[in-house]
Design a protein around this ligand. Structure first.
Ligand SMILES: *Cc1c(COP(=O)(O)O)cnc(C)c1O
Length: 468
């Protein structure tokens, strides 16, 4: 063994304790560090620049010291309470512990030849199904994020299109399908990416009109498109759009499917969590009727990146797409191992962080996170309405506040506003209803009323400074 590896092995408990202390200090500093620090990285020519690989040595302690000096100061407080950009969850204490243990145990949980990891993943999927009101007809698999979940769902949809047309896409390729139509009102950008990956092409996506002033699909317009289509279609329903958290009427879409026989995929990346709050559960009524469902877990479940789940009623088609037949893996059987169900073969015991947080806090704990985030978004929405120079672009339906400058709302001025704010709170730009805008998404378990007040105060100050 290399002497530095041997030394680290000897000292492993102490080194892990030093690492733990770094992590604890990082978390303790979340409230004070700039939410997104602005700094220039020193280049290789600088004294404090990167060590050439040939000179890298010193074991874990040396790596820890350099990480602390060069990289940690630039890390954002995305694990903290005022990182409202994108849709960003934190990591609950139990989820964080579960993730640490995932790395420590370093399992490849994809096969019944070494079954515990896969059993734990299946138990966790069962809890998630219950959390989102899905019936046992939905099987589920863990993937790395909602983009991958949408990709897997649409891959199963692609195989279903083949079934309808009497071909097997997994065997014969997408050429066997001809032109495919994927209809959606306000599809997330990852859907176009998935269609590109799947060989269906980004132009397969046809944008269906939404209801006036809404991001929810106009069901009558969708029906007209379906009536005109000359083959089977895929419909991507949206349950929680990123700008205004609007929801398609899933029950109405399922009723349309009775007449037109399409594949219904629901992108409920973070919207599925509405099911946890009785006041909002109606928004995802009908979710169980979907043929495939995407839910992100590293957003509102507050587990560390990378984690999402993919549900489907057709695991048989899923296994047809993703089967990885190899002598050393044994036969597939009626309940295929996870190696046959997702794009990955090897994968970490990704479910453990979700298992920990669900075991630790249950439905009630996660409901409290969802409801507190919604209350926080509402409060910030009210504050925005009270700040002269700002204008809400949509009602706060769930956990996102979407707003712009009341006058002269150029993308440049909004970017200036966001960067003025970035030390205190991180918001990301968007375009909504033809206007450049900013959005604040609430999905962290750490965000409190005090954080909302602090953000509103910083926002008012930044608007004033901008001279809006
Ligand atoms: C975030 C998001 C995605 C993509 O999720 P990743 O985890 O970033 O891959 C897809 N759809 C919706 C609605 C989202 O909010």
């Amino acid at each position: 063994m290399h002497p530095e590896l041997a030394a680290d092995l000897d000292e492993l408990p102490i080194l892990l304790e030093e690492t733990r202390q770094r992590a604890v200090a990082f978390l303790a500093g979340l409230d004070d560090r700039p939410v997104v620090p602005v700094r220039d990285l020193p280049g290789p020519e600088s004294e404090s620049g990167p060590v050439p690989l040939g000179a890298a040595s010193g074991g874990l302690r040396a790596a820890l010291a350099e990480f602390a000096e060069r990289w940690e100061p630039g890390l954002s407080a995305s694990a903290g309470p005022r990182y409202f950009g994108f849709v960003t969850g934190g990591a609950t204490p139990a989820a964080l512990a579960g993730d640490w243990l995932t790395a420590a145990a370093d399992q490849n949980s994809n096969s019944s030849l070494d079954p515990t990891g896969q059993q734990l993943e299946r138990e966790t999927v069962g809890w998630l199904r219950e959390l989102f009101g899905l019936s046992p007809a939905h099987s589920g698999t863990f993937v790395s994020g909602a983009t991958m979940s949408n990709t897997v769902g649409l891959a199963i949809a692609r195989e279903w299109l083949g079934e309808r047309l009497g071909v097997q896409v997994a065997e014969d390729g997408v050429g066997a399908l001809g032109q495919v139509r994927v209809l959606s009102g306000s599809a997330h950008s990852s859907v176009a990416k998935a269609l590109s990956v799947l060989g269906l092409g980004r132009t397969a996506l046809r944008v269906v009109p939404t209801l006036p002033g809404r991001e929810a699909v106009d069901v009558a317009a969708l029906e007209r498109e379906l009536a005109e289509a000359d083959g089977p279609c895929v419909v991507v329903a949206n349950a929680g759009t990123v700008n205004t958290v609007d929801f398609d009427d899933l029950t109405a879409l399922a009723a349309l499917r009775e007449r037109y026989g399409f594949w219904l995929h629901v992108d409920a990346a973070f919207g599925a969590f509405a099911a946890l709050a009785p006041e909002h559960a109606h928004l995802v009524a009908g979710l169980d009727l979907a043929d495939s469902v995407c839910v992100d877990l590293h957003k509102w479940l507050n587990v560390p990146y990378d984690s999402a789940v993919q549900f489907t009623r057709r695991p048989d088609l899923q296994a047809r797409v993703f089967q990885n037949a190899a002598a050393y893996l044994g036969p597939m059987g009626a309940h295929p191992d996870l190696v046959h169900l997702t794009p990955e073969n090897s994968h970490r015991l990704r479910a453990l962080a979700a298992w920990f947080t669900l075991r630790a806090y249950g439905r009630a704990g996660h409901r409290e996170i969802v409801e507190r985030c919604v209350a926080g978004a509402r409060a910030l929405g009210e504050a925005v309405e009270g700040i002269e120079g700002l204008r809400l672009l949509a009602p706060v339906r769930l956990n996102v506040v979407c707003f712009t400058l009341a006058a002269d709302a150029t993308a440049e001025r909004l970017a200036a506003l966001a960067s003025e704010l970035a030390g205190e709170a991180f918001l990301t730009p968007t375009r909504y209803a033809g206007a450049p805008a900013l959005r604040a998404a609430f999905s962290s378990w750490r965000t409190t009323e005090a954080d909302v007040r602090r953000t509103a105060t910083a926002l008012a100050r930044a608007v004033q400074k901008l001279g809006a």
